[in-house]
Design a protein around this ligand. Sequence first.
Ligand code: HEM
Length: 496
Amino acid sequence: MFSDLWASIKSTSTPVSSMLRTLYLEMDPSMQALFLTLITLIASLYVLCKRKTLVGTKALPPGTFGWPLVGETFQFLFNNVDHFLQVRHKKYSSETFYTNIMGEPTVVLCGPGANKFVSTNESKLVKVWYMKTQRRFFDIPEHTHAAKPKQQGVSSAPVKILGILKPEGLSSYMGSKIGSIMHQHFMSHWEGKTEVKVYPLVKAFSLRLVCQFYLDLDQPKFATELESMYFGIYSVPVNFPGSTYSRALKAAAAIRKEIQFIIKEKIDALKKGQVVDGLLAHVVGAEQGGKYVPRLEISNVIMGLMNSTHIPIAITLAFMIKNIGQRPDIYHKIISEHADITKSKGSSTALDWDSILKLKYTWAVAQETMRLYPTAPGAFREAITDITYEGFTIPKGWKIYWSLIGINKNPNYFPEPESFDPSRFEGHFHAPYTWIPFGAGPRSCPGKDCTRFVIINFIHILITKFKWEAIFPDEKISGSLVPVPAEGISIRLHHL
Ligand code: HEM
């Protein structure tokens, strides 16, 4: 907090701040600490007074700002997110409340009404807002709200990548790669084993996939860095040595440096007229106004995609495998669904998109997994103007935390919410806007089809080669905002 405060004094250039700066620099270290404590106290009092004024003048939803400066950031980041929401829903008997997260006055919205409201008012009443962690890791300038590239038409690089994520691109481009990656993965990690730990294995698989797919690397890299960065997004952005945030910052810098180096290699090869293969070469080679797309831009897009793909796919696969292993009824239903496809295709090649679409029950199992073990708990927006929502005001400039999972375990929307029941997603659809793991509206996830493609392909190979059961069905789940299998999910394997 002190370092942030000092950083903001350093970066502002009013006469008062220059005076404070001069004063600070002339003090000895003990006086400097006292000085910062005093400033913090004064700032807290100021924030308290300002809050009183804000709360007094607007018809805000119920809620509290929590502690001065830190607000309810710690409860949000470190309590289980379901608990954070449930406590406040009970207290305020509403799916809308205000709080302070990451030093920002924030209204938390959840429920079908909120899902429809936020997703249909993108760029009209709300715009995307990134936490400091995201801005620092992905090099997003403070006031950039990263409108979708295809809407702005600025850069062809991200558009080219996102095009490949569409179903037709997935089958033709990713299909050939994923087939051989899965074959090698199962040969080296599963074949011949009688017991395995699933989470480390599926992480290794998805790491290999992202390295091969996005960077054209045969040898996977960045295992620790990508994980640090992913979980560092939900950390307190104070950069002291050893903190989650500091580790994640270092990890992001290391990944960016390495990716830029790989991009440079591709550019050099292209300049020499060599034939360069792979998605990255395809993007790097795309010229904009006679120039190659800036390296920084490409590396940020690639980092974002690696981050969105690696851990979410691994966590979803791990919990899906665990639940299938605990439920013979689900296992048998999946096996019979895959039998026809296996007969016509064989089990060692990747399934094409048409086959993926036929495997509806397997997707229902994945959907139920994402309901109970969601990897994208929510997203931030900023109010572009004073917004009236359900009779309350969300003042202009306030942040909105759009909880995508707030009703995932609400019995009004999902009866017997704790039971793993894929049939909820079969045939009859749940009510609109009740289940949106990939978001909704113009900023919804462009990786939804890719997720479905990878997960179903993986389960297809697994189910046609093995039968399994979970060794510790009651294994604990760690993680507060994103669920992580605490012990890695051990299963007993039987080769078919
Ligand atoms: C379990 C898997 C996944 C889940 C649950 C998920 C969820 C989400 C959600 C909820 C958003 C919207 C955030 C918002 O509204 O601000 C999002 C955005 C995004 N996702 Fe995914 N995602 C998954 C996998 C993927 C994959 C595999 C990719 C890449 C291939 C991907 C790429 C992206 C990108 C680039 C965005 C930003 C879109 C934008 O800002 O317009 N995601 N994801």
